[in-house]
Design a protein around this ligand. Structure first.
Ligand code: ADP
Length: 256
């Protein structure tokens, strides 16, 4: 947790057709910090995570992860378009948990978690399994190693997905409304696990969430989005109790 800048968006613009979804956006996340993106639906929050995952490319601006640019690389002193290899290396620094858990249905829980560490990181099967068991304990599912995803509740599947992302030892976790596909009674268990991870590990987190109490509990900084711009940013005590912007007040009164 050295406080260095891990993620940086520098004047990033993203358009879909003539819809400008992110408009000249600047923000950064320091190593070890937990930053939460809030704001109305359609304000561009998920687009930020998808840009970081290189699922889409910015139209303008620069995105850096741990000092490496996502779209360009330095080759022999020249800045050239990033190769697939470069992009893959940068992406290894990032873990993502989606709304839908996307577990491999034909694999038992343990193998869901060990598959990428073995094939992508080159860990031995034994090392990967030892780490997977530790992570399953961390998410409260130490007794589910041999289950298939369909034998688990949605909340349990999401906790496996969290363990699977952590197994790649990412420097930053992106969390995209990870409880929004869950039945209401399963939400708390998943948020408790994430709170625990936020408070007991030094992993950097960038979360999109509608769970304002969760955001308040784990965030070092909250960014309020509206129409592709950050209209207000600050520590949760400030944003949730004394928001400055009228739009933030309106949004919070609608969701709190
Ligand atoms: P949020 O996460 O804040 O709800 P999003 O980042 O998902 O917002 O979406 C922002 C805007 O971008 C929305 O208007 C959405 O319709 C549009 N959008 C997102 N992805 C695409 C896409 N692949 N093609 C066209 N429009 C898109």
């Amino acid at each position: 947790m050295d406080g260095s800048e891990l993620i940086r968006f520098d004047r990033v613009t993203k358009r879909f057709g003539d819809n400008t979804v992110l408009d000249d956006l600047d923000f950064s996340v320091s190593s070890g910090k937990h930053v939460t993106l809030i704001g109305p639906s359609g304000s561009g929050k998920t687009t930020i995570l998808r840009l970081l995952m290189t699922l889409i490319k910015p139209d303008q601006g620069k995105i850096q992860v741990d000092g490496e640019c996502l779209t360009h690389e330095n080759r022999g002193g020249k800045l050239v378009e990033a190769s697939e290899k470069h992009t893959r290396e940068v992406r290894k620094k990032i873990g993502m948990v989606f709304q839908q858990f996307n577990l491999f249905p034909n694999m038992r829980v343990l193998r869901n978690i060990t598959e990428a560490p073995v094939h992508v990181l080159g860990l031995s099967k034994d090392e990967a399994e030892e780490r997977a068991r530790e992570l399953l304990d961390l998410v409260g599912l130490g007794n589910k190693c041999d289950a298939y995803p369909t034998q688990l509740s949605g909340g349990q599947q999401q906790r496996v997905a969290i363990a699977r992302a952590l197994a790649m030892r990412p420097q930053v976790m992106l969390l995209d409304e990870v409880t929004s596909a869950l039945d209401p009674e399963l939400v708390a268990g998943v948020l408790d696990v994430l709170r625990d991870i936020a408070h007991t590990t030094d992993i950097t987190m960038l979360c999109v969430t509608h769970e304002m109490n969760f955001a308040r509990d784990i965030s070092d900084e909250v960014l309020m989005f509206d129409s592709g711009r950050v209209i207000e940013a600050g520590p949760p005590e400030k944003i949730f109790t004394e928001p400055e912007h009228e739009r933030t007040r309106e949004f919070l009164s609608a969701v709190l």
